[in-house]
Structure formats: C-alpha cells, structure tokens
Write a protein that binds this ligand. Sequence first.
Ligand code: SF4
Length: 64
Amino acid sequence: MRVTADAERCIGSGMCVLTAGEVFDQSEDDGTVIVLRPEPPEHSRDAVRRAAGNCPAAAITLSP
Ligand code: SF4
C-alpha cells in the first residue's frame, strides 16, 4: 500500500491523525495533513483505509 495526501484539499480536520496517528500528522503551521509513513506497515493498513474513507475533504489517496 502507498499513501499520498493532497494538502491543498485538506481542511485540517485531524480525523486521519485520530484514526491512524502512526501514518498521518498535521502541520504545526496550518494544520494540513503530513504523511509520516507513505508505505504503512501491515498492522496500520486497516486504520489507513478507514482514515481515507472518512476524510471529509477526500484528500487521502491509496494505491495498492
Ligand atoms: S482527515 Fe482529511 S481533511 Fe482531515 S486532516 Fe486528514 S487529510 Fe486533512
């Protein structure tokens, strides 16, 4: 799995950080998403899928 996030779309809700904090963080400057682990470990992939599905801005993209 590979994760990308579009900081231009992100509205800084922080949902992804709450759901998968190992993989996502927020910028201290403007609160937009930062992908900490673009290739998430196996144990966090379900959480990453949930985070992508729940992102209110549809800013998270997953590729196999
Ligand atoms: S859930 Fe979506 S909108 Fe919210 S911080 Fe994460 S990427 Fe940004």
